[in-house]
Ligand binder design. Structure first.
Ligand code: ZN
Ligand code: ZN
Ligand code: FE
Length: 762
């Protein structure tokens, strides 16, 4: 009896283009003797197979469970179909359908196969800086439109040679439909230039770059998502020169090393940190620096941590390849003047970066979308993102409900925006601090790019409550122009919602949110930041908060922890004795002005900010009186911690307010008795851990809730985070924290989007 032939039609959405999905389907179909076809369209991949029932079942099983490395299946729909008469299995050409869309793969670090070829003298791509395949290489940064096909990328202007073309059309080749496929004959090239003078091309250009770096010079090097400023990380003078030119006095620089063997000479890595450093996303990972590391201290002044990454493009590997008398670690920092967006176009880079560097290592593969390096720390089993960009964006967050097309414009610092449609929330890459025109332009340009790529035309807008944020002003203007509704969302409610969404929280029951950060405008006009909320996506109650204290000069006080410390002492009625560090650090005239300001309540908005409390303690301990980058005082305070110390300082909970003034006297006593600063830092941190536990206990008694979401920039403090999670878990709480979007303001746009969507779906 002839075996029954049946047919199935399969529709798959997710990241299924540009990741070797069709060749994978092709060989899987051949394995199970199936006929039919596979094609890419604007919403994913479509497959039709004919064959024996059990073979189709095996085919479907493998499709679902062992997709290619870079693929991500979000949905798979299987329906019965009719035998279409195909006698073999074929890959059909892409179909584009208007209005349809699909997620796009982030850029991916060079894969082990390509790396082997890069250093194999017998390979025709030996030492070719743009080698890639379907498992690796540029994606998001070169895509101009969907579907993901070569003409829609910045590789369109390079015509494939016959050898590359043969690989490109061979379903069994690793480079089948690898859109950025290239070789030394037909692909992009590098060159070296300095002072408008062309020095060399190809390998010779890389040689000059290496020579100049080892001589202590500063270079601009074009990478994947933009330009880096590069110098020898083991040469203190070179690093200081780079700091001077970039106008970045103390904020730590990231360092790139050739491989793990080099890395472990400089930093301590846990197993999880190691896998994060090696992951295909290749983020900068913040790790503990070893005492005997030869990396210059000026790379990360005053800190015990250092941000490291491994090469992620073939060009980086060629630049870092070990050699005698060649530095084994390079500073790789964004190519910009302090706080501006990263340069990514050749002419723009020559314009903006020429005053900063001695020479340029350029190439002619255009970057369509600028994207910075990502930054992360590892937390227990998972990644804890600090800056989400290359390697992660534009991967969408999958929502548990369908959403209308919306735009959320995020916060001001560490801005990201978020666009939603269907079941997807597209959180943008890190845009930067919206404090200058260049970053605002980059923000507006990126929104347009995302809207076009993902076919989103926002019908609703969400933004922060703060009227001065440029992101708020943009949202209000756009809403007016397009006559669409705009929702202004409280900053800490957005943090809270962001953490819930990050954990795919889909229940309506209210939970506890502990939102600790620097600044966010409250609904009462005060500056919030030490908040215990109780609620869900739609609504919240503010149950407890740090007792208000005056912030002299408002937001500008963040630059001067000394002034914050003095204000705290004033509020706690403690004298400004001359032996206290912040008193010592301010002139008597400044103190007089400050005292007058506090007593007359002139420009002294009230704040409950936890970030400012850390600033005050850091100043009082003599660690940091004025800061050069955001959160510097708190970061340095954490950096000196003694993890063995278990004591803590007292505080009081009165009604809904948490009064920290009781901690000042014992802390000052400790300073007077010359107690170890490391111990004092721990005692302060431990007090905050206790505070969270005590308040959460009270909330559990009041509400019965035992689920706690931790969000806000203060939770970037690893000691605080780990100890809080530990103590809460031991007390039978269940703790949610971030793993896909940052806990800092980079996560705000997702929170805004979730609140907006839930309100609309109500
Ligand atoms: Zn590859
Ligand atoms: Zn070629
Ligand atoms: Fe915040």
């Amino acid at each position: 009896m002839k075996p029954e032939i049946c047919s199935k039609e399969i529709k798959i959405s997710g990241i299924v283009q540009g990741v070797g999905f069709r060749p994978f389907v092709y060989s899987l179909a051949s394995k199970y003797n199936l006929t039919g076809w596979v094609l890419n369209n604007s919403s994913g991949v479509e497959i039709l197979v004919n064959g024996k029932d059990e073979e189709i079942s095996s085919f479907l099983y493998h499709l679902r469970n062992n997709p290619p490395l870079l693929a991500r299946i979000d949905a798979m729909e299987v329906n019965d179909s009719k035998d279409n008469g195909y006698t073999q299995f074929e890959i059909l050409t892409s179909e584009s359908e208007p209005g349809k869309f699909l997620p796009i793969s982030p850029d991916v670090a060079i894969c082990p196969d390509c790396l082997k070829e890069l250093f194999n003298p017998k390979n025709r791509r030996f030492h070719y800086p743009f080698i890639n395949c379907t498992n690796c290489g540029p994606r998001f940064s070169i895509i101009r439109d969907i579907p993901y096909d070569r003409p829609n990328t910045t590789m369109a202007e390079f015509e494939m040679c016959s050898l590359c073309h043969d690989e490109y059309i061979n379903p069994l080749d690793r480079r089948f439909h690898a859109q950025p496929i290239a070789c030394p004959t037909c692909g992009p090239q590098v060159w070296f230039e300095s002072n408008h003078k062309h020095f060399a091309d190809g390998e010779a250009a890389i040689k000059i770059a290496r020579k100049w770096i080892s001589q202590g010079k500063v270079l601009a090097i074009k990478g994947l998502g933009g330009f880096h400023l590069v110098c020898d990380a083991t040469n203190n003078d070179a690093v200081l020169e780079l700091r001077k030119r970039k106008k970045r006095s103390e904020k730590p620089f990231a360092v790139m090393m050739f491989d793990m063997r080099t890395a472990i000479k400089h930093v301590r890595l846990s197993k999880i940190e190691e896998s994060l450093v090696l992951s295909k996303e290749r983020p900068i990972v913040l790790t503990e620096r070893l005492n005997n590391s030869t990396i210059a201290s000026s790379v990360a002044p005053q800190l015990h941590t250092i941000g490291i990454m491994l090469p992620y493009t073939p060009l980086h590997y060629l630049l870092l390849e070990p050699a005698q008398n060649y530095p084994e670690a390079l500073v790789m920092t964004s190519g910009n003047l302090n706080e501006e967006p990263i340069a990514y176009e050749n002419n723009e880079a020559l314009d903006r970066l020429s005053p900063l560097v001695d020479g340029f290592l350029m190439h002619n593969r255009e970057i369509h979308t600028r994207i910075d390096d990502s930054v992360a720390i590892s937390m227990k089993e998972s990644i804890y993102p600090i800056r989400r960009a290359r390697g992660y964006a534009p991967n969408p967050i999958i929502l548990f409900c369908n959403t209308p097309e919306t735009l959320s414009t995020g916060a001001e610092l560490k801005n990201t925006f978020c666009l939603t449609r269907d079941k997807y929330a597209f959180v943008s890459q890190h845009i930067g601090d919206l404090e200058n025109l260049e970053t605002l332009n980059s923000f507006e340009q990126s929104i347009k790019q995302y809207e076009q790529l993902f076919r989103i035309n926002p019908q609703f807008i969400a933004c922060d409550l703060h009227p001065d944020y440029l992101s708020t002003q943009y949202a209000l203007k756009l809403a007016k122009k397009n006559s669409i509704p705009v929702y202004q969302i409280q900053h800490h409610h957005a943090h809270f919602a962001s953490c819930l969404a990050d954990n795919e929280w889909n229940k309506k029951e209210p939970v506890i949110g502990v939102c600790f950060d620097g600044t966010g405008l409250g609904t009462d006009g005060a500056i919030w930041g030490g908040e215990f909320l109780f609620g869900n996506y739609q609504k919240y109650e503010r149950k407890y908060h740090l007792k208000y204290f005056p912030l002299p000069g408002g937001d500008t006080a963040i630059h001067h922890p000394a002034r914050i410390a003095l204000a705290q002492l004033w509020a706690a009625k403690i004298n400004w004795d001359s032996d206290l560090a912040p008193v010592h650090a301010t002139s008597s005239i400044d103190r007089e002005v400050l005292m007058n300001q506090l007593e007359q309540k002139i420009n002294t908005p009230l704040t409950s900010s936890m970030g400012r409390l850390f600033d005050a303690v850091s100043a009082l301990m003599g660690i940091r009186q004025s800061v050069n980058y955001e959160a510097q005082a708190a970061i340095e305070l954490e950096s000196i911690i003694d993890p063995q110390e278990e004591q803590f300082y007292p505080f009081e909970i009165q009604g809904g307010e948490i009064d920290v003034s009781p901690l000042w006297t014992p802390l000052i006593d400790d300073l007077h008795s010359n107690a170890n600063l490391s111990k004092i830092s721990s005692r302060f941190h431990n007090s905050i851990v206790r505070m969270v536990l005590e308040v959460c206990d009270k909330l559990r008694n009041e509400t019965g809730c035992r689920i706690i979401a931790l969000s806000g920039g203060v939770w970037q403090n690893k000691y605080l985070l780990q100890h809080t999670i530990h103590i809460l878990t031991q007390s039978n709480f269940s703790v949610l924290c971030h793993s896909r979007v940052p806990t800092n303001d980079g996560g705000i746009s997702l929170g805004q989007a979730m609140i907006l969507v839930s309100t609309l779906n109500k």
